[in-house]
Design a protein. Structure first.
Length: 491
């Protein structure tokens, strides 16, 4: 540390004004040029250009008022979302802490002391007689310090804090999107289970009628007890499936309760079988995903944060200049403390220039650059994952649409086969085993059709989520803190 004169410090301020060191931030390119269109396959149809995902309320694209009500409850009461909002408030406050470095720091340290000096204290080379003494000391000193941000250390710190703040804001939106998509997916799965329960319950009904039929024929001596036992076994198995469907529904109902901030035991979702169709989703072009996904915005803002950290590490190689001043009153007597002769003051500047640091600054810079490169790789991976999720959603909807069409035909064929098997059995042409097989095939086909519809709705939810749920990166641009003149008077 070397003490510089005040004029020299002012000269350095003038010469080095605007000498901010460190890289300027610019967003790196995506992993590859985005194609102009997705790999949309027939029979999946995109929405028309006039359609759009509702901003902030994307779930309304499904036109389900019950789902709307649950999503609003989630926004108000989900504790994970509350915690994410608190993290944003914390990041906003920490950004304000960073801006404090742009202003002078003023402090006061008043003191009052009464002390006695020893009569046997060392003479320190002076030949004189000494006596003990007792005296008072009163002081009211003020200290003023200001870091001259010549090479941008403080500015890079504020830049990093704002990038971290925006990253946290985007992360809040991503948490909200993930939770609301999970709620919508659980809701449609529950509705599918309601429909599946109805299908199995219907199967139990006609299997009981079948058991009554074979019982009557057995009592009349037309059929053997084997056919009765076979039909009873099928009925018991189907009733067991009914209980398992109810168990699965209860689990999804409990999951919905937690998402909307309620105890699992207090929420009852009314039964309403799924009778919906996936809405058309406005896909846009792949490059839009870079601005519509909050998780990509989080990764991009983390790159900006790490870039600012490189600037901070780079500034450590340059002089660190602090302007300082102190003033106040000091006196032996309290009565004369604030007299003119009791006034003292000093002005100065410290210029600290690192010379030999054992490689510390160089290692810190290398670590900051490596962290930045890591954030770039994470950003590009986020982009690739986003493209994959959208393409998966599109191809899955295409496949499910085709499968649902053919499965509808399979259900009709299974119903016709059961009717034929019943007629042939009653006519004595075939055994009851054909009827049992036809009943099993129909139940399996109807359950699969219902499951495919549920998967189609859940896939639509996740496709909207993969597209960002109507969010836009411009929403976090204003989420930053700027130094304000009024801060100079704040504690």
């Amino acid at each position: 540390m070397k003490r510089a004169s005040l004029p020299l410090a002012l000269a350095l301020l003038t010469l080095a004004a605007g000498c901010t060191v460190g890289p300027r931030y610019s967003r790196p390119a995506a992993p590859a040029p985005a194609p102009d269109a997705w790999k949309t396959q027939s029979p999946w149809q995109e929405a028309t250009p006039k359609d759009s995902i509702p901003k902030g309320t994307w779930w309304q694209v499904f036109h389900d008022p019950v789902l709307d009500a649950y999503e609003q409850q989630l926004l108000q009461a989900n504790q994970s979302l509350v915690a994410a909002r608190d993290r944003l408030d914390q990041a906003r406050a920490l950004a304000g802490v960073a801006t404090a470095g742009m202003f002078p720091q003023l402090s006061v340290d008043p003191s009052a002391v009464r002390q006695r000096g020893s009569g046997n204290r060392p003479l320190n080379g002076f030949v004189q007689s000494i006596r003990p003494y007792t005296q008072n000391g009163f002081a009211v000193p003020f200290s003023l310090t200001y870091e001259a941000d010549l090479f941008g250390r403080v500015r890079h710190t504020v830049e990093a804090a704002n990038a971290s703040l925006q990253s946290t804001a985007a992360d809040l939106q991503n948490v909200q999107l993930v939770l609301m998509a999970e709620l919508a997916a659980d809701y449609f799965t529950l509705r599918e289970l309601d429909a599946e329960f109805e299908v199995v319950q219907e199967s139990v009904g006609y299997q009981r009628k079948g058991l009554d039929l074979v019982n009557k024929r057995h009592e009349g001596g037309v059929t053997s007890g084997l056919e009765v036992a076979q039909q009873a076994a099928l009925l018991d198995s189907t009733v067991s499936q009914l209980a398992l469907v109810q168990q699965s529904r209860a689990q999804f109902e409990h999951a919905i309760a937690v998402l909307v901030g309620q105890p699992a035991s207090s929420l009852n979702v009314p039964v309403a079988p799924l009778q919906a169709a996936p809405p058309p989703v406005p896909l846009g072009v792949p490059s839009d995903v870079l601005e519509r996904r909050p998780d990509i915005a989080t990764a991009e803002r983390l790159m900006a944060y790490q870039n600012a950290q490189v600037g901070i590490a780079r500034s450590a190689f340059y002089p660190h200049i602090t302007l300082s001043g102190s003033a106040g009153w000091q006196s032996r007597d309290l009565a004369s403390l604030f007299n003119a002769p009791s006034l003292f003051w000093s002005l100065g500047a410290d210029a600290f220039q690192p010379i030999l640091q054992g490689g510390r600054n160089r290692a810190n810079l290398a670590a900051a650059r490596a962290a930045y490169n890591q954030s770039v790789a994470n950003y590009r991976q986020s982009v690739l994952t986003a493209f994959q999720q959208v393409e998966d959603g599109i191809s899955n909807l295409s496949t499910l649409s085709q499968a649902l069409a053919t499965q509808g035909a399979a259900v009709e064929d299974a119903r016709r086969a059961l009717a034929i098997a019943n007629n042939r059995y009653v006519g004595g042409v075939t055994t009851y085993l054909d009827v049992i097989n036809a009943q099993t095939t129909l139940l399996t086909s109807e359950r699969l059709e219902t499951q495919l519809l549920g998967q189609q709705m859940v896939t639509s939810v996740y496709l909207v989520k993969a597209l960002g749920g109507g969010w836009d990166a411009a929403e976090i641009k204003d989420e930053q803190v700027h130094p304000k003149a009024g801060q100079i008077l704040q504690p």
